[in-house]
Ligand binder design. Sequence first.
Ligand SMILES: CCCCCCCCCC(=O)SCCNC(=O)CCNC(=O)[C@H](O)C(C)(C)COP(=O)(O)OP(=O)(O)OC[C@H]1O[C@@H](n2cnc3c(N)ncnc32)[C@H](O)[C@@H]1OP(=O)(O)O
Length: 184
Amino acid sequence: MIEPPTRSATPQRELEPPERHPEAPAPGTVLPSHYENCVACGPSHPTGLRLVSTAGPEVSISGEFTVTADHQGAPGLAHGGVLALALDETLGGLSWLLRRPMVTGRLETDYIRPVPVGTTLFLTARCLGFAGRRMYAKAVGRLGPEGSVALRASAVFVVVPPEHFVEHGTDMTTEQVHDYEVNP
Ligand SMILES: CCCCCCCCCC(=O)SCCNC(=O)CCNC(=O)[C@H](O)C(C)(C)COP(=O)(O)OP(=O)(O)OC[C@H]1O[C@@H](n2cnc3c(N)ncnc32)[C@H](O)[C@@H]1OP(=O)(O)O
């Protein structure tokens, strides 16, 4: 099957530049978990990543988490799906700086180096820009703050109305989504 070109994580036309929202958290601000049971950032999830994201300059985010035995695929090594989760969460954090709710449409991941249990992975994501409702972004994961690149990702997120989470999820009212949108 030939996929539509608009699905590619490589922009097919010039993008509208991203604009950091005037009320976006200042660079250096640690972003609170968006949901306590989130498998990526939730403090109440028993085996989640507990990934902590920090607002960066312009429209960028950094994130960090430590790989534990709960995140293994091969013995002693992080599972690739778990690493994609960490990239997805860090990329998703860009919505706080843009103040536009969005969901992952496509996530292309390059696995460059194995990531051992005990590693603290340092991730960064930056927004490239928009084509209509599509937001294009890239992310990198390093083994240490200035360490080797272990992961690279390109993604397309699709802007959705806040009601998306009420209609398709559970236990969330439109009011809560709006609160969450302005008070992450
Ligand atoms: C309360 C907040 C919580 C935040 C949590 C953040 C967690 C981290 C991020 C995630 O993991 S989100 C969860 C994983 N993602 C999903 O569950 C998304 C599931 N898919 C959908 O809900 C819909 O398919 C989607 C909203 C993505 C698109 O459906 P729509 O009917 O709204 O859009 P439409 O099909 O009209 O397409 C709109 C544009 O997006 C493009 N598009 C749609 N699906 C795409 C896709 N999959 N990949 C790339 N582009 C896509 C599409 O080509 C089109 O481009 P154009 O406007 O230029 O023509």
